[in-house]
Write a protein that binds this ligand. Structure first.
Ligand code: ATP
Ligand code: MG
Length: 268
């Protein structure tokens, strides 16, 4: 039986002070262009520990670019990112604090990025063994815990090819949890799944935010989940965050014409 996530090995990363309900990550004035086209024009927003923030918006509007900037996969051209009270991106460059907090950020993608020739245990422990100096026993213990957290404890020795799409995506979440992230970024992680399977995966996220108190940012086209499970709904339009509201405000009481048009288009 796995232990709870409050025990067992913890990666040696920088100190962390925010607690449930506190703002974990803030972006101010983020800008990013590709080939002369400005994708992020002026992005400002905050995410708090214990919240699921659902990010919606048209295809090509820059949702993935925003998540990638927060995950450190792409650098903004300008703007500021604050994490747990520290400035980690300072207008043009990463600060030294960036390297302290990057282990607190996990990301899961739409397509399964698991290695097919390795079993689940090896997929989960590859990076922690290499980068965090875990012993093999510690890495296995943490993998067991992470799999338990997503309801996949019995699949430690399975290969990705032996798993269904929903199971693979839960393993991908477990892999992102190996480092005990405070911020989990999920980019359309249920788009390739049938609705009931997608609902199960999203339920995992809901449990995680409640039990682990992490902040989750989720790009999705699943408006049912957004309206039921989100704490905040962020509508991304024309390089800016046009609406940042509760689901009830965003879906039932918003007076933003671009959001109204978007919701009309995705409803049917
Ligand atoms: N590395 C890159 N090089 C050049 N252009 C890019 C790059 N990454 C993104 N873009 C462009 O930036 C725009 C925004 O892309 P992004 O992937 O952020 O959109 P999105 O809102 O996630 O769309 P979707 O809903 O289709 O996933 C697109 O026009 C895309 O082609
Ligand atoms: Mg995208």
């Amino acid at each position: 039986m796995s232990q709870t996530s409050s025990t067992g090995p913890t990666p040696a990363v920088g100190t962390f002070t925010a607690s449930m309900g506190d703002v974990l990550v803030s972006a101010r004035g983020l800008q990013k262009s590709f080939g002369g086209r400005q994708i992020l024009k002026n992005v400002d927003f905050d995410m708090s520990l214990g919240d699921i923030t659902v990010i919606i918006g048209k295809s090509g509007s820059g949702k993935s670019t925003l998540l990638r900037a927060l995950a450190g996969l792409t650098d903004p051209d300008a703007g500021y990112i604050y994490f747990d009270g520290k400035t980690v991106f300072d207008d043009e460059e990463r600060t030294d604090d960036w390297y302290d907090v990057e282990a607190h950020v996990g990301m899961v993608f739409q397509t399964y990025t698991l290695w097919p020739h390795m079993d689940v245990l090896a997929n989960l422990t590859l990076a922690p063994l290499k980068r965090l100096g875990y012993s093999k026993a510690e890495a296995k213990e943490r993998a067991e815990q992470a799999l338990e957290e997503v309801g996949m404890a019995h699949h430690l020795r399975s290969r990705p090819t032996q798993l269904s799409g929903g199971e693979r995506q839960r393993v991908a979440i477990a892999r992102a949890l190996m480092m005990r992230p405070k911020l989990l970024l999920c980019d359309e992680i249920t788009s390739a799944l049938d609705p009931p399977v997608a609902a199960e995966v999203l339920e995992v996220l809901r449990r995680l935010k409640q039990e682990e108190g992490i902040a989750v940012a989720l790009v999705t086209h699943d408006m049912a989940f957004a309206s039921k499970a989100a704490d905040r709904v962020v509508f991304f339009h024309d390089g800016e965050i046009a609406v940042n509201a509760t689901p009830d405000e965003a879906f039932n009481h918003n007076d933003n014409p671009d959001l109204a048009k978007f919701l009309e288009a995705v409803r049917f």
